[in-house]
Design a protein around this ligand. Sequence first.
Ligand SMILES: [Zn+2]
Length: 229
Amino acid sequence: MNCGLDGYQPSEAVLETRRRLAHSVCGRDLPLAILRQVHSDDVFKASRSMLSDPPRGDGWVAGQPELLVAIQTADCLPVLLADPVQRVVAAVHAGWRGTLLGIAPKAVRVMQTEFGSRPSDCLAIVGPAIRKCCYEVGEEVVEAFSKQFEHASDLFGEPPRGKATRSRSRCLDLPEACRRQLLDAGIAVENVFAGGPCTACEKDRFFSHRAEAGQTGRMMSMIGMVEEK
Ligand SMILES: [Zn+2]
């Protein structure tokens, strides 16, 4: 189901898809907070008052119930966070730029400072994204990750034989880079779920910007809380 308003499908159809998807989360029409994503590390505290004019950024943190926070992806990492103790959730969009900027651990810090979350109470899931099998990157990206990540060589592999599109390229394990950041932020290893499928390998099931040469839709990942009874 395409959730992106970028001309891939008529907007009326996309808005109806978004509404149905949001409805399916908890069986009623909750408001949906959707960012203007820009590959930044900007994380916002979501509130209903922001719905009509959402900010430019790539992460939402929400402590309000009855509100769904959402991000859109087509290869980039959708990261959802939940703290069931303080009742806080977050949705983060992280491509290679956002990962280098540390947007996922930044969202964890916002949960800590704004809502008193303890990382050890938090759960994190990295949804379907392009993986090491398919994510060829140039040497400038390899260099940037190598500077920032300890044991960065573990994050890279050789492009499949005959598939490299440029010299000195490597294949990047972006979900693993994000998983390590979440562990460094204090989330317990058993609470980080990052073993999902590859969007480019499975472009019949998922939208993949890379595998479909930009002519594709967007998936939407969302999370929220219902009012406590
Ligand atoms: Zn793949």
